[in-house]
Design a protein around this ligand. Structure first.
Ligand code: 5GP
Ligand code: MN
Length: 327
């Protein structure tokens, strides 16, 4: 580990050890890495007698598949996050904006600890532990837990595992040392199948009908993305009616299997004329750069942005950004 990262970890541990009240925030529309990371650290701090709350700016409800990670009841609605937290911890948020409606707490907090793995993170905290080499923020959190001398028992290990298994796509993007971390988590009692199946492999029957509609309208542009191929699909509010965000978020995992396309995109309608867009690449296009052109961010092979307009308008802007990066 580089020296500056070790120093940042020590500073983060010192800040948290001295705190009596800690607010942990995941990014908007939190995934298993963001919320698992927050709950793992939150649980350890809660056991040390600190007042702890975990939250996120939007949506209002906690994703159903992540609720079971909160064994100590630490999750609170965004409306219960103090205006000026004593110590704020931001997890898996590559920029202040990713905290959404809670972004203003960063300027108001007594101290801000940033724990993240986005290469573009500007370091918006008073203490920044940002490791772009880490496959998941959960790994950064585990290092911090070790720095704090925390016991890694099953509930904590489960939260870390949830973030790790999803961000590494079931350990396909994991170094040998990350596999060793996984072994440590399993040895702590994590049931891998019981954690991963609800997160990655389980949907209500209505999912199949939604997929049938959405995938039948998918488009393939073989010449796009500099000739590497581009596949896209659109999930409208009508398509998603009655289904959870989990079903909508997983559409991109099917679209990305298209062999003729290096880049996959799924446009998810948030409200009329407003789209959250997921981008994925196989290996050769840096979709973070593409997302950044359009005001978003992410990682080299998984990124995203938010855009206004019709689906056709958003796709046209995306095509142009793809050509500017991959053309
Ligand atoms: P997903 O497609 O799973 O929602 O997001 C993939 C990655 O892209 C996330 O880990 C996050 O880093 C990034 N991302 C997704 N949406 C946005 C966005 O609207 N803005 C920014 N800055 N990054 C995003
Ligand atoms: Mn992550």
């Amino acid at each position: 580990m580089p020296n500056d990262l070790s120093a940042a970890l020590a500073a983060a541990a010192a800040t948290l050890s001295a705190a009596s009240d800690v607010t942990l925030l995941a990014h908007v529309n939190p995934d298993a890495d963001a919320l698992g990371s927050a709950l793992a650290l939150g649980l350890v701090l809660h056991r040390r007698g600190k007042a702890v709350r975990v939250s996120f700016g939007a949506p209002e409800s906690v994703p159903e598949t992540l609720r079971g990670l909160d064994v100590a009841g630490l999750l609170v609605p965004a409306s219960e996050v103090p205006a000026a937290p004593e110590v704020l911890v931001a997890l898996d948020a590559g920029s202040v904006g990713r905290l959404g409606p809670l972004a203003d707490r960063v300027g108001a907090a007594g101290a801000v600890v940033v724990l993240d793995h986005h290469v573009s993170n500007p370091g918006f905290g008073t203490v920044n532990v940002v490791d772009p080499e880490a496959e998941a923020t959960a790994l950064v959190v585990l290092r911090l837990l070790d720095e704090l001398g925390a016991e890694l028992d099953e509930p904590v290990a489960r939260c870390v595992y949830a973030g790790l298994v999803t961000d590494t796509r079931s350990f396909r993007h994991a170094t040998p040392s990350t596999h060793e971390v996984a072994a440590r988590l399993l040895a702590a009692g994590v049931d891998a199948e019981a954690v991963a199946r609800p997160l990655m492999d389980s949907h209500p029957f209505g999912y199949l009908g939604m997929l049938a509609k959405v995938l039948s309208r998918a488009g393939l542009e073989r010449g796009a993305a500099g000739g590497l191929g581009f596949v896209h699909a659109v999930v409208t509010l009508e398509d998603a009616a009655g289904l959870r965000p989990e079903e909508v978020e997983s559409v991109v995992d099917l679209v990305r299997t298209t062999a003729e396309a290096e880049v996959a995109a799924v446009l998810k309608e948030l409200r009329p004329s407003c789209w959250s867009v997921s981008l994925r690449a196989v290996s050769r296009v840096d979709v973070r750069e593409v997302a950044q052109v359009l005001g978003g961010g992410g990682h080299r092979l998984a990124a995203g942005f938010t855009a206004e307009g019709s689906a056709g308008d958003v796709l046209a802007r995306l095509r142009a950004a793809l050509e500017s990066v991959a053309g």
